[in-house]
Ligand binder design. Structure first.
Ligand code: NAG
Ligand code: NAG
Ligand code: NAG
Ligand code: NAG
Length: 530
């Protein structure tokens, strides 16, 4: 397998050198305020930098994933704004968000602030200089997606083709950009909600239709905001296309998903490229020595505990921390615990190793890790699934409760609310996962499907990025659906025509029958009269 991909890359290099796309200038516009989005987007940029391309990225947050050859133009939040974000996340983690729709609505309250900041980054002088300064030439733009279609205007400004980098699977918000079909009759919105070997029942389709309807309203609101921001940012330039044209010009979308292992099984157009797991290294880096020794000597196995980049240790209720410590310190397994404030740790214990910063991916790759306790962020779950490690998820807010439910349904582990965590159930859940092999077996078999691909996520990013550059935007890949209205795309006008023709035929038939009827039965009457 290593050989094949090696030869493949060599081949791609040869094609690329011949095609003249080596050392391309690539611009990433990654303004999202979500650290987990930025990790996926920066991982994509990093692959391209490692490949030898000259990558520049615009960010608001400080990237955790980076590379020496990536130029980062950061338009940071002010201290107060960072505090506001951090407080909001803290507040959200202290209220119960087990209802996904409610917590999504709460998040929408925060959206205005986020959109202001994302659009604001594009007004920064250093950012505007990227298109105002004629010396800058870009061969390709990567646009990080967060309901910010207006950002495609930036690619127009630098006159480069654009690839959208999405942190989710194909969905209703993104499909229209590349004419990917929606197919709600058999594509569920949550991938595992249809049983294997079965179609979708009437009830499932009705639920799918309703959620699609609400997504449609959400999309309408989002697009209106996006249109307004597009005018605000680029409206002064008469050479810029109308918004309705802007959205018909995306070369590809990189989706952070992998349908054959994760589902849903659905048709995708050639411009939909799945790069799920891009943030996971194909081969892990060596661990820092103290961590390597701590894990290497864990003869009874080890547990990794990390509640993600959004939720800092101090956001968690102190009582909860004490309860967690009481359970973990009594285990025979060793524990690596991500904890920000090393001055004030939850407590000292020989089997617990606190660290402010964790190479999570490399730790999960370690064979002694038997359990990953996490907050059900999509990134962490992906890494654990890649490395085949069972999980105990303690979701807090946003999409986390939903992610945790999906993970539990898949059989990869268990979930408990962080807010109502109690010692006894916490301990029981840990012991259950460590002692019952079913969780490990399920996630290990997923892992083997997840890794079994014709091209790895890294290879896909390199190949398709260079493909778009080689073919100047690769417009030949574009689905005609991009240019069609709802009526045309669903053949509603054809059905209308058929209906009209049928009605006319029926009317004609009726007239004909009346005529024949009269001929046969009315004739004698007429003759009588004459
Ligand atoms: C790399 O990109 C930057 C733009 O961010 C540009 O200033 C620089 O000249 C480029 N380097 C090369 C070698 O093209
Ligand atoms: C960065 O780019 C330079 C020039 O293109 C190259 O020589 C060097 O190897 C790159 N560094 C890394 C770490 O890839
Ligand atoms: C985008 O628009 C430009 C200019 O009209 C065109 O040359 C290019 O082929 C389009 N690309 C795609 C993917 O539609
Ligand atoms: C176990 O720890 C000792 C130091 O305490 C270290 O020398 C040794 O290399 C460790 N073993 C492994 C497998 O890492």
């Amino acid at each position: 397998m290593v050989h094949k991909s090696g030869i493949y890359l060599l081949l791609a290099t040869a094609i690329c050198v011949l095609g003249g796309c080596h050392g391309a200038n690539i611009l990433g516009v990654f303004t999202s305020l979500s650290p987990s989005h930025l990790i996926i987007q920066m991982s994509t940029a990093k692959v391209l930098a490692e490949r030898g391309h000259n990558v520049t990225v615009i960010t608001v947050l400080k990237p955790v994933v980076n590379h020496k050859n990536i130029t980062v133009i950061m338009v940071p939040l002010t201290k107060e704004e960072s505090q506001q974000m951090s407080d909001t996340i803290g507040a959200m983690s202290k209220t119960d968000n087990s209802n996904m729709i409610l917590s999504m609505l709460r998040m929408m309250g925060q959206m205005e602030f986020m959109f202001d900041k994302m659009a604001g980054a594009l007004k920064d002088d250093r950012v505007r200089d990227l298109y105002l300064n004629r010396d800058n030439k870009f061969d390709l733009v990567l646009s990080g997606y967060f309901m910010n279609v207006y950002q495609l205007g930036f690619a127009k400004k630098v006159k480069a083709p654009v690839i959208v980098v999405a942190t989710m699977p194909p969905n209703q918000l993104l499909n229209p950009l590349i004419g990917n079909p929606l197919e709600i009759a058999y594509v569920p919105s949550i991938s595992d909600s249809v049983e294997k070997g079965k179609g979708m029942s009437f009830r499932q389709r009705l639920a799918g239709y309703s959620s699609s309807f609400f997504f449609g309203i959400f999309d309408f609101v989002t697009q209106r905001r996006s249109k307004r921001l597009y005018k605000e940012l680029f409206g002064d330039d008469p050479n810029m296309p109308e918004y309705s044209e802007l959205v018909k010009n995306t070369s590809l979308i990189f989706f952070a998903s992998h349908a054959p292992s994760e589902g849903p099984i659905r048709p995708n157009v050639p411009a939909a490229i799945e790069i799920g797991g891009i943030q996971v290294k194909d081969t892990p880096d060596p661990l820092p020595q103290n961590m390597a020794e701590f894990l290497g000597n864990a003869t009874d196995g080890a547990i990794l505990l990390s509640l993600g980049s959004n939720v800092k240790g101090s956001h968690i209720n102190p009582d909860t921390v004490v309860k967690m410590f009481n359970v973990l310190s009594k285990l025979k397994q060793r524990v690596i615990w991500k904890w920000e404030d090393l001055e004030k740790t939850p407590g000292k214990s020989d089997n617990i190793f606190y660290s402010k910063w964790l190479p999570q991916d490399d730790i999960l790759a370690h064979p002694n890790i038997k359990l990953f306790i996490n907050h059900a962020g999509k990134g962490g779950i992906t890494e654990a699934q890649y490395h085949g490690k069972p999980m105990l998820s303690l979701p807090v807010f946003g999409d986390q409760p939903g992610n945790a439910d999906v993970m539990v349904k898949q059989g990869f582990g268990l979930t408990q609310s962080l807010l109502s965590l109690e010692e006894q159930p916490f301990k029981e859940a840990i012991l259950e996962i460590l002692s019952n092999p079913q969780y490990f077996d399920k996630v290990a078999s997923f892992s083997s499907l997840y890794r079994d691909r014709p091209m790895s996520a890294r290879e896909s990013v390199i190949y398709w990025t260079e493909y778009v550059i080689r073919h100047h935007g690769a417009a030949h890949l574009q689905s005609p659906l991009v240019h069609m209205s709802f009526i045309a795309a669903n053949n509603i006008d054809i059905y209308a025509l058929i209906a009209v023709v049928l009605v006319i035929l029926v009317l004609l038939l009726k007239l004909l029958l009346q005529f024949i009827y009269r001929k046969i039965f009315a004739k004698p009457k007429k003759e009588k009269k004459h």
